[in-house]
Write a new protein. Structure first.
Length: 452
């Protein structure tokens, strides 16, 4: 298979990065690189999907790695795994092929940040504002590589591997069909053990607080962590922009601990959250903190949930500042950001955040239980499949109300000449609605009710 055929196969299978924002995978395969890294660090507390996949499907993952290495001409393949995950390391080691190795990582947060993985595994730094291919590296999440291998066998993306954990009776990791509501997903984990709860969609650190049970599984859904809505962490995760900016403006004492502990700052990137907080003081009442010192923030939340002694929220101030910089056309070019890079901090390795201590600080240690893999999940009554589960342009529907569809059949094609991917039917069923951004399918053997 040529590189172009490989890229077309991956695009037609609808694969996007399963570990983050959902960047269409085909686009990342266009550049030749020396090294392909599988990012299996999975550093969000209480998530177990990547380690589960590596333990149960090591040969398939290594087959996927080999196929990607061949397609992009890479001479080396690396699988980055935390050293605590001995079974996964053992299984992957047993499956490794020529020119591949396991890179063992400490159990620290945010070990799984792409910049951290590349820095530790290769000694190179991704250019600020740039891409890994510029230093000859391609990084793929474990599930993405697994999906690539499946695509080569003819199977498109129809399900997402998701851990459901936290305040639930039976934590689990399972494949859930795209478009299944979080309400249905939670039923698979038994009773909720908190009186009132919120869902941390994506994990406790980088995930967002969600309370709408009609939210649906997408290609980037990785974990739903249920926590008590009265808990300290829930309160921290649910503050409005007005509140975190107002409190930050009045309370920040400029101790700079947020910067001193920031993983990106410690790698030498131009990010200084205490300066972003300071900018709140010098702008309008609601503080448009338009400073480029926010731009390299990866939103890991170390500053807000670990470093700041005042429990302020520099992470969200940085995140909203990035939004505002983009909206106002003030986003710095990559070259400008790169000119601000410094050497990695000499104390970087001593300032890592141990995951166990992080969980204790966040009150998550009491909720920690391995979420075992299960296949017996309840069937959904309805699937509402989003046309935009990725960065770029939405997919364009191909089906009409009343059409019968088979699992894996394209429901929507990739937008023409754009960064886009198609979307496939997660189950056999009947199309009940085609809306602007969503296709509703009633799966077979379910009550024939239409979605709202
Ligand atoms: S750690 Fe907190 S108080 Fe200190 S500078 Fe950062 S935001 Fe301000
Ligand atoms: S969230 Fe905070 S600690 Fe993380 S990269 Fe952004 S500024 Fe740094």
């Amino acid at each position: 298979m040529t590189q172009q055929e490989f890229i077309r196969t991956i695009k037609e299978a609808g694969i996007v990065g399963a570990g983050g924002a959902g960047f269409p995978t085909w686009k990342k395969l266009e550049n030749p690189v020396d090294t392909v890294i599988i990012n299996g660090a999975e550093c969000e507390p209480l998530l177990f999907k990547d380690v589960t996949l590596m333990e149960n499907h090591a040969p398939e993952i290594i087959e996927g790695l080999q196929a990607v290495m061949e397609a992009v001409g890479a001479a080396e393949g690396i699988v980055a795994i935390k050293n605590k995950n001995r079974k996964a390391i053992e299984r992957i080691n047993a499956a490794l092929k020529k020119n591949m190795r396991v890179f063992e990582m400490e159990d620290v947060y945010p070990a799984g940040d792409e910049y951290e993985v590349v820095f530790h595994a290769t000694g190179k730094r991704i250019p600020a504002g740039g891409f890994p291919f510029q230093i000859g590296v391609l990084v793929q999440n474990v599930e993405t590589i697994y999906n690539i291998r499946r695509a080569l066998k003819g199977f498109p993306v129809t399900d997402s591997l998701v851990t459901v954990s936290g305040a639930v009776e039976s934590p689990l990791t399972a494949w859930f069909p795209l478009g299944m509501s979080y309400g249905d997903v939670l039923k698979a984990a038994g009773a909720i053990t908190a009186e009132n709860y919120i869902i941390l969609d994506g994990g406790p650190m980088m995930g967002k607080a969600v309370s709408d049970l009609n939210t649906t599984v997408s290609k980037t859904t990785s974990g739903l962590v249920i926590i008590d809505s009265e808990s300290h962490l829930a309160g921290r995760k649910s503050q409005s922009e007005h509140t975190f900016r107002k409190i930050g403006k009045s309370t920040c004492d400029q101790c700079s601990l947020c910067t001193e502990m920031c993983p990106r700052y410690l790698m030498g990137y131009p990010i200084q959250p205490h300066l972003v907080m300071r900018s709140l003081l010098t702008s309008d009442p609601l503080s448009s903190s338009l400073t480029h010192w926010a731009q390299a923030c990866c939103e890991c939340n170390v500053c807000s949930l670990w470093a700041c002694p005042e429990e302020l929220d520099p992470r969200n101030v940085c995140a909203t500042t990035k939004r505002d910089l983009r909206q106002k056309g003030m986003w710095q070019e990559a070259e400008q950001q790169q000119s601000l890079m410094t050497e990695a901090h000499p104390l970087k390795e001593y300032r890592s955040v141990p995951t166990q201590r992080l969980m204790r600080k966040l009150g998550l240690d009491k909720l920690y239980r391995r979420a075992p893999f299960r296949e017996d999940i309840p069937s959904p009554h309805s699937l509402r499949i989003s046309m935009k589960q990725h960065i770029g342009a939405a997919a364009e529907p191909l089906v009409s109300v009343g059409d019968r569809v088979k699992k894996g059949q394209p429901l929507a094609r990739a937008a023409e000449a754009a960064l886009s991917v198609p979307v496939h039917a997660p189950r056999d069923g009947v199309v009940a609605a085609v809306e602007e951004d969503v296709i509703n399918i009633i799966p077979d053997n379910q009550p024939p009710k239409l979605a709202r």
